[in-house]
Write a protein that binds this ligand. Structure first.
Ligand code: HEC
Length: 111
């Protein structure tokens, strides 16, 4: 019984970590501006964009690819202007964060 509980906790931890990769929470992005809009964007991404397919990992697509995909997906979701802007801002924030961490990792590694 105890083993089952430990396995359950381990499974939850792993799946939560995985989900953080799909759509990282705002406080992980280190942003201080537009937090409310980004929270709305994340909420829409997690719940609205997973109606027809799973919420896909944002960093799987480049900024360029997103600018091609997102307009049609926003239409599919029937988001209004505010919601569309919020979800776009959230995706941008995630991509920007990912880019800046890669850059700082490279800078930190160089002698
Ligand atoms: C009404 C159903 C529906 C909703 C809602 C929806 N999608 Fe999709 N999505 C699809 C379908 C169908 C495809 C595959 C065909 C295509 O690429 O158009 C897809 C494909 C995608 C792809 C992969 C595109 C590629 O070229 O590989 C991404 C990324 C995506 N959706 C993101 C989103 C996001 C972000 C949202 C929310 C704003 C969203 N989707 C909401 C139906 C939906």
């Amino acid at each position: 019984m105890r083993l089952l509980f430990i396995l359950f906790v381990a499974f939850c931890t792993v799946s939560c970590m995985d989900f953080a990769k799909v759509a990282p929470p705002i406080h992980d992005l280190g942003v201080v501006q537009n937090v409310e809009m980004l929270e709305l964007g994340r909420d829409l991404y997690v719940h609205g964009c997973s109606k027809c397919h799973n919420a896909l990992r944002i960093t799987r697509y480049s900024k360029k690819k997103w600018s091609r995909i997102l307009p049609s997906m926003v239409k599919e979701s029937a988001f209004n202007a505010v919601e569309s802007e919020a979800v776009a801002a959230y995706i941008n924030a995630v991509l920007h964060f990912e880019e800046s961490t890669i850059t700082s990792a490279v800078v930190a590694e160089s002698p």
